[in-house]
Design a protein. Sequence first.
Length: 497
Amino acid sequence: MTIPRKSRIASGVLAGLVTFASTALPAGAQLAIKRSPSGFNLFTVDEDIRLGRQSAVELERLMRLVTNARAERFLDSVLARLTAHAPGPRYPYRVRAVNAKEATTFALPGGPLYVTTGLMGLARSEAELAGLLAHSVAHVALRHGTARASKAWMAKAGVGALGGLGSGPGRPMRIANAVGGLGPEAAFLNFASSDEFEADALGTELLSRAGYDPVAMSAVVASLRREGRRNPELKGLASSHPFAAGREDRIRNLLNVLGHHGASELVGGFSTVRWIGRAGVPATLHWKTAAGVVAADTTPVIPDVPAPSSRFARYSHPDALLSIEHPDNWQAEASGFAISFAPPGGVIHRPGGEPNLVLGAVVNFYAAFESDVERWNNSLVNNYAPFLDRSRSRGLLEDATDDLVRQILSASPHLSAPMGSARAEGSRGYSVRLSGRSPVTGEMERVTVYTRSLPDEHVVYLACIAPAKTATTVERACSKMIQSLRVNDAAAHRQQQ
């Protein structure tokens, strides 16, 4: 998991947001433009770029690209204006037009963008096409693609994914193939409604900063939603980029802040390139399905795992982010900010599946899985941290604990958190005990999640996994581990720069 700058923990308005107040809005209202990625992501920025490049090579073998030099210059010029203002890493952005009647766009991790001639034909001006590209640039800058792939992979790999199990060469493509391959079902090509809202907001700002009239974003989103009701060629776009109700309203509210200044044409020549490539029979998008994937073995495995040693050793993260004591017969494996601890036999590797942690612990910094609105709404339905009054604003630690446990339960449906499973651990921590019959071992399993708030208001967690018959002994070791945890905040903040 990465810890994006200013976004390891969120409550109310996410950290990493820039808020704007406007007298044109209701009193006290705020609008937020998200500038930096936040949330659970198993990929590094470099892995985003490598995954995007590998995916682009495969996709371009299957799609009929427009090779008209005028169209290429036009798209390159519009994109350059937008990416000059994109926040975050300087990704190698590029855009290509695809000759296809289907109206859709693809934003691959790390920068490659594609827009079909069918979608270009639905834009009514250069500014509206720039709005579509700005929206795609925002998806890349906010790392929505690999965040979605990470969450989908966690659903397959279970709690061990929280600690980055399964790292090593080839991991990005292995995860991508496990969650849909490179076709339209690929997790990194399909976004949630919350992703769309964020990409609309940042894309609208990029449009304005590039010199275009940002009202074009509202216009093109409204046009696509209307067209989508009757045009089957927009089916693919609607499934990968949900036309959630209220998108235009949110953009219009943002326009009250950004204003309606700017041009509808800056590069020029949109009318001459709009229909390029549509003279012949449009190409049909054909997709590669994941090949050579071995079906996972689901036969229960009873592991032979030694008890935690009574002797403890101190482990220090390679980047000096944290140190922690652990049983000296447990081995540590670091993956980014995360660390997994397990004894021999504690991780089961099965053909066609990801590593399964059946006894051990994972330690990591918390990053939100859901948007702030989603977390609050979901917690009102079922929350797991011991909140006494859910009508009151909850704190950072409660918010993180609730979100983390809910995601573990979603990824591991064999687990449950009965009432009374959560308890406060002093003023700066919680523990939540989950249990259920493991599909890996066929035995009852306990997962205890410990969360701790740090002086800088970030949160760190430890998830302890063990078969129920040895859980008491293992949890005793995990309790000692969390008490011994020491975090180097200065080093953690340096890693975010």
